[in-house]
Write a protein that binds this ligand. Sequence first.
Ligand code: FAD
Length: 334
Amino acid sequence: MKYSLNGAESASNEIWVIAETGLKGPELSTFELIAKANELAQAKSSRVATVLCGKNPAKYIDEFQTCGVSKIYIAESQDMEFFHDEVEASAIASLAEEYKPSIILGAATVRGRSLLPRIAVLLGTGLTADCTVLEIDNSTGRLLQTRPAFGGNLLATIICDRFPQMSTVRPHVFHKGAEKPSSTPEIIRLPVSSIKKPVKKVLSFKKAEGEGSSLTEAKIIVAAGLGCGGPEGIKLAGKLAEVLGGALGASRSAVDSGWIEYSHQIGQTGITVHPEIYITCGISGAIQHLVGMQDSKYIISINKDPEAPVFAVSDVAICGDIHTIIPALIKELA
Ligand SMILES: Cc1cc2nc3c(=O)[nH]c(=O)nc-3n(C[C@H](O)[C@H](O)[C@H](O)COP(=O)(O)OP(=O)(O)OC[C@H]3O[C@@H](n4cnc5c(N)ncnc54)[C@H](O)[C@@H]3O)c2cc1C
């Protein structure tokens, strides 16, 4: 299934965002991508559409009336009661074959990382994962997809010479836009007969344990690093988080040391957050950590090394041992 190998001729002027729906409805990451798609659409005079898949996805239509989406594509099947990458990818690829979007965006979540590559393969196009910047090249109208490369040491801008141009973006890299005047999007349904029967069947769905979601929603995050010295130090940082009513994050080194679960990891290969207050405890400030938290409103860092790079991005630098500073803070705040 390929609708254009290397030309824009047959692509429409639509930008699609693949909606992700969780237990509570469309995820924030979907609206963040729609806001970015609206920005790109202005530069390309395009229309923004979203694609909803599921057992009864039409129930979410109203939630898309004030975000600037002019079309909603719907693929509905009992087989998509739970996320089913194989069925969803084939349904979305069928829609794309027919309506030929020029750009398809999806969230770089566990689901998106499974779904978007499958769609790209079915459409015979490329996919740039984990983009941090998306722009339109004014001279060619192509999508400029920028992402960290070589361990975050440089930023690579990638242009795909096939259509659709596809990218994933991690949640919270972009921001949800302001509400737009209410409008009624055009609804297009994929005929049920076009939806592939799955080879594999999802028998049940169990919500993963862990704090990933509470971290992305937290207004205050205390993040523990290797400088915490071990599980006891992590517990101390956790206590500070608890006293502040916040969530506990971690650097990759703390996770790799086995002191805390991966679901707490913040950074390039963890989650991206932008809380009101981010407090680092014994974190040096490696670029791979900073990319996941540098958009926090107010950054406070505790580190015993006055030269620690994290201080360069901090609003308040507390130079000292976490084992002295954190108990003093807890005493003051509790
Ligand atoms: C491809 C790739 C992806 C990566 N992804 C991520 C990612 O998603 N997230 C991430 O965090 N990292 C990631 N990393 C790893 C990253 O490069 C760093 O190694 C890591 O962030 C360092 O963690 P840290 O700051 O806890 O440890 P360190 O760099 O070892 O820093 C520890 C800090 O604690 C301070 N300290 C020590 N003792 C105390 C004390 N008692 N009191 C106060 N301060 C103290 C030290 O001065 C030091 O600054 C990635 C690396 C690569 C190559």
